[in-house]
Design a binder for this molecule. Structure first.
Ligand code: DGL
Length: 274
């Protein structure tokens, strides 16, 4: 793929702040990329939508974002969206798409007890795509699945300055806390690594916490080989963050993104009623 920009432009797209976990991993591995981090907060949450509604929404929002930013590559940094929308997006555009889907395969390889947990949104837990991953890569293993959209909201709140309530977290995780032999947990929602320090003390039996960031960054790197014909620059790339709608806690989120991620936040309102 010939890319003539000094800094290849990657659009990292999620329903919310979960895409930041992928953004961080990308910057660690490929610092010369320019990353546009886009969060469809106006269409949030994705993890309770039906397949049809999610497909409609993802296509409308990505149509608008791709025509505004003309990225060289798109990362769909959302398991709920990737498990339904990747084939139709790849068919529609001729830029590469990298999706984030539940990391069942590495988890099955890491587990010593053969018992893995899958923590995701209710949408991801219900997908045929997810069940096929389990059948293909965790055959013969025990897989305990749990879907929660409260955790997604807690991750959003945390970045706006509200610390997660431990009692509520304990209740949410209850179906997994009893699973004493579960040594490996797949965080199959990009929001959940933002809560890892809050989750760890509640699931002490888990020794392997599996998230997708570094595998996705490696994949992006293979699709964007160091291109000697690309103009070189001594200027670092300027990353940006965009929301699709207003946010009542905008200032707090803005502060977080500026201080912790070095990102200036802007709003690109997208006409999409669904
Ligand atoms: N971050 C998204 C995922 O990986 C889902 C968040 C939501 O429910 O909107 O599934």
């Amino acid at each position: 793929m010939p890319i003539n920009r000094q800094h290849p432009k990657v659009l990292v797209f999620d329903s919310g702040v979960g895409g930041l976990t992928i953004f961080r991993a990308l910057l660690e591995q490929t610092p010369d990329l320019q990353v546009i981090f886009a969060s469809d907060n106006a269409g949030f949450p994705y993890g309770t939508r039906t397949e049809y509604s999610l497909l409609q929404r993802v296509h409308r929002v990505l149509d608008a974002l791709i025509s505004k930013f003309s990225p060289d590559l798109v990362v769909v940094a959302c398991n709920s969206a990737s498990t339904v929308a990747l084939p139709s997006l790849r068919e529609k555009y001729d830029i590469p798409f990298v999706g984030v889907v539940p990391a069942i395969k590495p988890a099955a390889q890491l587990s010593k007890t053969g018992h893995i947990g899958l923590l995701a949104t209710p949408a991801t837990i219900s997908r045929d795509y997810t069940h096929k991953l389990v059948a293909d890569f965790a055959a013969g293993k025990r897989v305990s699945m749990h879907g929660s959209s409260e955790l997604v909201q807690m991750a959003e709140d945390k970045l706006r300055g509200v610390q997660p309530n431990t009692e509520l977290l304990r209740e949410i995780l209850q179906p997994l806390t009893d699973q004493a032999s579960m040594d490996t947990l797949v965080m199959a929602c990009t929001h959940f690594p933002l809560l890892i320090e809050d989750l760890k003390p509640l699931l002490p039996q888990v020794t392997n916490w599996v998230e997708s960031g570094s595998a996705i960054a490696r994949r992006v790197r293979t699709l964007m080989p160091e291109d000697n014909s690309r103009p070189k620059s001594s200027e670092p790339p300027e990353h940006q963050a965009w929301l699709t709608g207003s946010d009542p806690q905008l200032e707090k989120l803005q502060d977080y993104l500026r201080q912790r991620e070095g990102l200036e936040l802007s709003i690109f309102a997208i006409e999409a009623n669904d």
